[in-house]
Write a protein that binds this ligand. Structure first.
Ligand SMILES: NCC(=O)N[C@@H](Cc1c[nH]cn1)C(=O)O
Ligand SMILES: [Zn+2]
Ligand SMILES: [Zn+2]
Length: 477
């Protein structure tokens, strides 16, 4: 049974309504990483609960406890568990998406207010924080439900929905919830497969299915020294400066070419086979695509397979920022008393966070000891997750491939993603099911960046893709 034409017609006819829905969601600044935005994350959960319930989904907001953030203990946003359909003759598909977003300030360099969806009629771009990561894809599922309800079409599968509000901040509390709700008689009982739409096409033209994600270990490296901030004219060259120590240590983590300098890290990586190398060579991707999505000609190599493998099958170490450093305009002559460098390592098979932690903490302490500084160092892992790989020949992928051909008229590329969605592995392991990543947006969407966008056609065709996928799953034996 192909997806009924009535379904795709409804999606086309209601495109503007769906864009309004995205605008409402973008207007709620559900930033999970900043305590002062926490109420908005809750508001987003309430908004989604009402949307889902209006379409017949039985919804529970599950409390996940508390967390420490910015020195305060605050309530974690709830997980949204939703259920619709309970027909033993149908397959049950698990859906995951996240309703929190990365921080965004107009002063970061946005051309428009990040929390007011800007619909660019000329380019078809829907610009706003979360448009692509991950509010657009999440709302894609709601649009699909609405299309079924409004057209009086019965859903071809049962759905078990799990939407979270902490993905961008380590998914706190969610692993425990999934583990608690796995097993006979529990919420996830009966789920046959999972689908997550929370990544991107490699380029701007070829749809893809994604069967791998990198894991992550995120670190905070703190150097403390003076009892308070000092005047650099009064204390410069009289005392050990935390910022100087921090820059020294951080400069020993990675080379400008991206090679990781922490001894032992590269030995944890699974060896490359000829067969695997060929897979990267056949992907529709070029250095021009890298340049276009990065916004400059800055690829680390001229050979596209190397660049792709660096994203998909090798670890990377990125330096993200320094908390406590002077960063405002002007020329403040301060010696900051306490600075924390943030960096992360993306993990690939066979790296385990526990091994990476040991190597990183040991190395940072050794590098610091070599400075002969009287300051103090502390390294913490803020959050982490293992890498994930799925079987792309599974019927779940076959269904998604057929759906892609039906909507886009072409076969999808099979990709591994450089980003991390640690909960993917938890679904796979705790529920023992195949997990599929079915992206909606394009490689140049600018997730986590300024002017994040989702193209109108990706949002609308992507909504059709998610709906068609459910119909293709229903045909699988
Ligand atoms: N769309 C998935 C995504 O962006 N995941 C984040 C997860 C993360 C980990 N630490 C902070 N955020 C990613 O950066 O890959
Ligand atoms: Zn995301
Ligand atoms: Zn993200």
């Amino acid at each position: 049974m192909a997806a009924p034409a009535k379904l795709t017609e409804y999606i086309d006819q209601n495109a503007d309504k769906f864009i309004d829905r995205l605008a409402k969601a973008v207007a709620i600044p559900s930033v999970s990483g900043d305590a002062s935005y926490r109420q908005h994350v809750f508001d987003m959960a309430t908004y989604l609960k009402a949307e889902l319930e209006s379409l017949g989904v039985k919804v529970t907001l599950v409390e996940l406890g508390k967390q420490m953030l910015d020195g305060q203990e605050i309530q974690l946003p709830p997980a949204i568990l939703g259920e619709i359909g309970n027909d033993k003759n149908k397959k049950t598909v698990g859906l995951y998406a996240h309703y929190d977003v990365q921080p965004a300030l107009i002063t970061d360099g946005w051309d428009t207010d990040p929390f007011k969806l800007c619909v660019d009629k000329e380019t078809g771009r829907l610009i706003g924080r979360g448009s692509s990561d991950d509010k657009g894809p999440l709302l894609g599922w709601i649009n699909v439900l609405e299309a079924h309800v409004k057209q009086g079409i019965e859903l071809p599968v049962n759905l078990k929905i799990c939407f979270e509000g902490m993905e961008e901040s380590g998914s706190e509390g969610l692993d425990e919830l999934i583990q608690r709700e796995a097993g006979p008689g529990k919420f996830f009982d009966g789920v046959d497969c999972f689908c997550i739409s929370d990544n991107y096409w490699l380029n701007t033209r070829t749809p893809c299915l994604t069967y791998g994600l990198r894991g992550i270990c995120y670190y905070k490296l703190t150097i403390t020294g003076p009892g308070r901030d000092l005047h650099s004219g009064v204390f410069g060259r009289m005392v050990h400066e935390p910022m100087t120590d921090l820059i020294q240590v951080m400069s020993k983590l990675v080379t400008p070419q991206g090679d990781i300098l922490v001894p032992g890290i590269n030995d944890l990586v699974a060896p490359l086979t000829d067969e695997e190398r060929k897979r990267y060579e056949s992907l529709d991707y070029s250095i021009d695509d890298v340049d276009a999505s990065a916004g400059a000609s800055i690829a680390v190599a001229s050979d596209i397979s190397t660049v792709l493998m660096n994203r998909m099958r090798y670890p990377s170490l990125s330096l993200h920022g320094i908390e406590g450093a002077f960063y405002a305009p002007g020329a403040k002559t301060v010696i900051p008393a306490k600075v924390s460098g943030k960096f992360s390592i993306r993990l690939v098979p066979d790296m385990l966070p526990v091994d990476v932690d040991r190597l990183v903490i040991d190395y940072v302490q050794k590098c610091f000891a070599q400075l002969n500084s009287k300051n103090k160092v502390e390294v913490e892992n803020l959050h982490g997750g293992k890498p994930w790989m799925a079987d792309p020949t599974h019927w779940n992928y076959v269904a998604a491939s057929k759906a892609t051909e039906a909507v886009y008229g072409r076969k999808p590329d099979l990709t591994r993603e450089g980003g991390s969605i640690p909960v993917t592995l938890t679904f796979a392991e705790a529920l023992g099911v195949n997990v599929l990543l079915l992206p909606m947006g394009r490689g140049d969407d600018g997730a986590h960046s300024t002017n994040e966008k989702l193209d109108r056609s990706n949002y609308i065709q992507g909504t059709k893709l998610l709906g068609t996928y459910l119909w293709e799953v229903s045909k699988c034996a």
